[in-house]
Design a protein around this ligand. Structure first.
Ligand SMILES: Cc1ncc(COP(=O)(O)O)c(C=O)c1O
Length: 471
């Protein structure tokens, strides 16, 4: 069947189920109908690179105006709940005998358009949108690691590192931190009988460690483990870790996915390929009363990870993304390639300028000549290395503050991937939770200054840094 027809038919059935009131976007495509649609979705994925490019998908995937009164933009379904029609139907919905929308905490058509769009951009089978990047990271780690252990990269966003120690163990998931995630021997040594997953950032925040996803996924799969990748800095435009073997990808949609600095959001994408029944994930093998006494894998064989994340963590811990914020993220995704392309080019120019500056000790941009991660960047980031990187300021803490106070175009705040250029001293802010020893071990020494390059004129950005160095 021609791809267009396949996609049209799939979208029609998905949107029909949304119109009919599906319980969740995944639930809307279940059993025989779901299998047909999923096969078609796979067809779509296989043919995507030849027939529809990233830039077409970022505008159109997951949404069809004709299914929404012709509305060109994805409508904001600003509603708490959906009419179910009768108590009998409510019962059928709750028993998964019929599929329909019920309640925005677990599914909403605006969220669904976002979920399907990001899943399409990443080559995943399904996605679940949540209220923040931290919710996406936490739900993914907890969903994979329940009552077991997760091996996790130490070179990671500070909030995630904090949760490794403060939160996940008290919720039943022990974290084994590995300082260098590309040291496969060190990772292998940490694998224990109750290890359930490996977690890493593709490009790490803030010092651009590039994870060798293919090698780490290979090791994970040899040992029956899924690989979960936080792809926030790269975005699906620069890198699709699923195509390199990752099983789950998470995003802070707060950052470059939206790019406008107006929302907090997160997304979990399920590659749909991992076998959760191979013995390492007993919680995926349990029969669930609310799933008609079946396992989540039996009911949702094509995307059990996001189905479970939705029905357990999103449903019960409840960090739901508002439909309005889902809409705002969709606005940002429409310009993702254009932004990331320009930000990568500007970041490269700024990194080159900094690398020659006498007041700069080091620059972490991976496509600079001589970077430790040059070969990995060449392999995984042919479109550019993104707009975020760090440099080491040569000087005292007082001089660092003087420099940070002197910038005028860069603004000092704790976001990244924004249209505005941002600057921050990570060891004192985004990574303040780490001890001094941990900061050194994970590559965030006291002199670290992180830049998130925005969309301004790159000459103005360089001039701004220059006047601040001289100030
Ligand atoms: C790589 C990465 N993952 C996750 C998060 C958490 O995202 P959010 O602030 O949307 O909760 C951040 C935040 O900076 C981040 O940089």
């Amino acid at each position: 069947m021609k791809r267009d027809k396949v996609v049209m038919k799939r979208d029609k059935v998905v949107m029909k189920s949304v119109e009919a009131g599906v319980k969740s976007p995944e639930a809307g495509i279940k059993s025989k109908m779901k299998h047909n649609i999923i096969n078609k979705l796979k067809l779509k994925k296989m043919s995507t690179s030849k027939e529809q490019g990233f830039d077409t998908l970022k505008i159109h995937a997951g949404y069809k105006p004709s299914e929404h009164q012709g509305s060109i933009q994805v409508p904001i379904y600003q509603t708490t709940a959906f009419e179910v029609g009768s108590p009998e139907r409510a019962e059928r919905l709750l028993r998964f005998e019929e599929f329909g929308l019920l309640y925005t905490r677990i599914g909403n058509p605006t969220q669904a358009a976002l979920e399907q769009r990001i899943a399409a951009l990443d080559g995943g089978a399904a996605a679940v949108a949540v209220a923040s990047g931290m919710a996406a990271v936490s739900y993914a780690i907890l969903n994979a690691g329940e009552n077991g252990r997760v091996i996790a990269a130490g070179q990671i966003y500070g909030g995630t590192y904090d949760a490794y120690r403060k939160l996940y163990p008290s919720l039943g998931v022990k974290i084994d931190i590995v300082d260098d995630i590309n040291d496969l021997d060190a990772v292998r040594k940490l694998i224990q009988p109750d290890t359930r997953a490996i977690f890493v950032e593709s490009i790490n925040n803030p010092v651009n460690v590039i994870a060798d996803i293919e090698a780490i996924a290979g090791l994970a799969h040899e040992n029956g483990l899924p690989l979960i990748v936080d792809n926030t800095l790269a975005t699906p435009y620069l890198w699709n870790p699923i195509r390199n073997g990752a099983d789950v990808v998470v995003y802070s949609a707060t950052k470059a996915l939206s790019g406008h600095g107006s929302i907090i959001g997160g997304i979990i994408v399920d590659a749909g390929k991992f076998n959760w029944l191979a013995g390492r994930h007993p919680h995926f093998e349990k029969k669930v009363l609310t799933l008609g006494d079946k396992t989540v894998v039996e009911v949702f064989p094509d995307f059990p990870f996001t189905a479970r994340a939705r029905s357990y963590y999103l449903n019960l811990l409840g960090a739901a993304l508002s439909p309005f914020d889902a809409y705002l993220i969709l606005q940002g995704v429409e310009t993702l390639s254009e932004r990331l392309k320009k930000q990568s080019e500007s970041a490269q120019a700024i990194a080159e300028y900094l690398s020659k500056h006498p007041k700069v000790a080091w620059v972490s941009y991976p496509t600079l000549p001589g970077s430790k991660y040059g070969a990995l960047a060449e392999k995984y980031l042919p479109k550019g290395a993104g707009g975020v990187f760090s440099f080491g300021f040569k000087g005292t803490q007082e001089e660092i503050y003087r420099f940070l106070n002197a910038v005028k175009v860069f603004s000092y705040h704790a976001n990244l991937g924004d249209a505005r250029s941002l600057i921050i001293n990570s060891p004192k802010t985004t990574h303040h939770e780490l001890t001094e020893d941990e900061k050194l071990r994970t590559g965030v020494p006291p002199e670290t200054i992180r830049l998130s390059v925005g969309l301004e004129d790159v000459n103005d950005l360089i001039a701004d840094l220059e006047q601040a160095f001289n100030g």
